[in-house]
Ligand binder design. Structure first.
Ligand code: PMV
Length: 352
C-alpha cells in the first residue's frame, strides 16, 4: 500500500453473558453457544498509530508494537497482545509491515474485577479492521467488516467476539439461531419484547482483586469434566428457551434461565478438578437479598455472575428507581469500598 502511516480509534464495550460460554476447543472454538447483553458505559477506548517499517526493519523485526495503558507504557499486556497478533497474522498480512503504537484506556477502574478482555480485545480488532480498510482498495460492507472484526476479536478472547454489536449477541452454532456461528458473534435478530428495552445492569464490586482463575485455566477445566456434555447440551436448550422468552417478554422465565446459568457456571468450577469457589460470602449475601426483595416486592430484578465474585444486578428500566434504592440501602455494604457501577444494555462499538 502507498499509505505509510496513520491512526485509528475505536471505543468498544464490555458484555455480560446470559447463557454462558464455558469450555472451548482448539482455535477458540466454543464448546457451547452463548448470548450476551452488550453493555453501554463499561468500555475500552483504543487508538492505534501505524507506521510503515523501512525495508531493513521489516526484514529483521517480527511483529512490532508498543502498548500504552492509561498513558503509561505497559509491558504486562504485551504477551497477550503478542499471542493475539500471532493468531491473527494470517488474516491480516499487513501486520508484519507496520509498527503499531497501541494506546488504550478503560472507562471503568482498572482493578475492579471487571474483565477488560472483551472490550480491550474487540477494540484492538476493530482498529486493525479500520487500518486494513485504509490500506485496501476494496470496499467492505458493514456486515462483512463487523463479522471479521468479531472473528478476530474471538482470537484475542472468546467473549470479545460478542462486543462488536448490540444489543444482544449470539456466539456459537445453535439450531434456533439461523445465522449463528462458532467463528464470530452475530447480532440477535429475533423479536425482543419492550420489557428488555434499556435493560439495566448494576455491577456490584464485591472483590476487586486479581482473578483467582484465569479464563484460560477455567475453560480447560471443562476437559474431561464429569458433567461437561450435559452442560453443553443445556446451554443449547437454554438459548432456544431464551429466544422465546425475549420475544414474549416473560420476565419470570427470564430470571429462571439467567440465574440458573450463573449458578451453573459456578457449579462447573466447583465440580471440576482442581475445584474452585469463586463466589465470596458477600456474593451469597447479595444473592439472598435479591431473592428476599423479589419475594417481598414482586420485582423482576435478578442477578448474574462472571467467573468471579462480582454480581451483575439486572432489571427492567421501569424498576430503576426502586431497585437502585434497594441496591443503595441493602446491597452496597457488601461491596468493596461500597463500589458499584451503573450500566445498561448498549448498541456496540463506535469509531471515534
Ligand atoms: O472470553 P473469556 O475466555 O475470558 O471467557 C469468559 C467466560 C465467561 O465470562 C465466564 C462467560 C461468558 O460467556 O462471558
Amino acid at each position: 500500500s502507498k499509505i505509510n502511516n496513520g491512526s485509528v480509534k475505536w471505543e468498544s464495550p464490555s458484555n455480560i453473558a446470559l447463557v454462558k460460554y464455558w469450555g472451548k476447543k482448539e482455535h477458540q472454538i466454543p464448546e457451547n453457544p452463548s448470548i450476551s447483553f452488550t453493555l453501554s458505559d463499561c468500555k475500552t477506548i483504543t487508538e492505534i498509530n501505524f507506521t510503515k517499517k523501512d525495508l531493513i526493519t521489516k526484514a529483521t523485526s517480527g511483529l512490532s508494537f508498543d502498548i500504552y495503558f492509561e498513558g503509561n507504557k505497559n509491558e504486562a499486556f504485551k504477551p497477550k497482545i503478542q499471542t493475539f497478533f500471532e493468531r491473527i497474522e494470517t488474516y491480516m498480512p499487513f501486520l508484519r509491515d507496520y509498527h503499531f503504537k497501541i494506546e488504550t484506556s478503560n472507562t471503568f477502574p482498572h482493578s475492579s474485577g471487571i474483565a477488560s478482555s472483551a472490550s480491550g480485545m474487540s477494540a484492538i480488532a476493530l482498529c486493525l479492521m479500520s487500518i486494513e480498510r485504509l490500506l485496501s482498495d476494496v470496499e467492505i460492507s458493514e456486515k462483512a467488516f463487523n463479522q471479521k472484526a468479531s472473528f478476530l476479536a474471538r482470537l484475542g478472547s472468546g467473549s470479545a467476539c460478542r462486543s462488536i454489536e448490540g444489543e444482544l449477541v449470539v456466539w456459537g452454532k445453535n439450531e434456533s439461531i439461523a445465522e449463528s456461528s462458532d467463528l464470530y458473534g452475530v447480532k440477535f435478530e429475533g423479536e425482543v419484547h419492550s420489557n428488555f428495552n434499556n435493560f439495566q445492569d448494576t455491577i456490584l464490586l464485591v472483590d476487586k482483586g486479581e482473578k483467582q482463575v484465569s479464563s484460560t485455566v477455567g475453560h480447560q477445566l471443562m476437559y474431561g469434566h464429569p458433567f461437561a456434555e450435559t452442560r453443553f447440551e443445556q446451554a443449547h436448550t437454554n438459548l432456544a428457551a431464551l429466544k422465546a422468552i425475549l420475544a414474549s417478554g416473560d420476565l419470570d422465565e427470564f430470571i429462571k434461565i439467567v440465574e440458573s446459568e450463573a449458578l451453573t457456571l459456578h457449579a462447573m468450577m466447583m465440580t471440576s478438578m482442581p475445584y474452585f469457589i469463586l463466589m465470596k460470602p458477600n456474593t451469597l449475601e447479595i444473592i439472598n437479598k435479591i431473592w428476599e426483595f423479589r419475594e417481598k416486592t414482586n420485582s423482576k430484578v435478578c442477578f448474574t455472575l462472571d467467573a468471579g465474585a462480582n454480581v451483575h444486578v439486572l432489571y427492567p428500566q421501569n424498576e430503576s428507581k426502586s431497585v437502585l434504592e434497594f441496591i443503595k440501602n441493602e446491597l452496597i455494604s457488601y461491596c468493596q469500598n461500597e463500589h458499584y457501577i451503573c450500566d445498561k444494555i448498549g448498541f456496540g462499538a463506535n469509531q471515534v
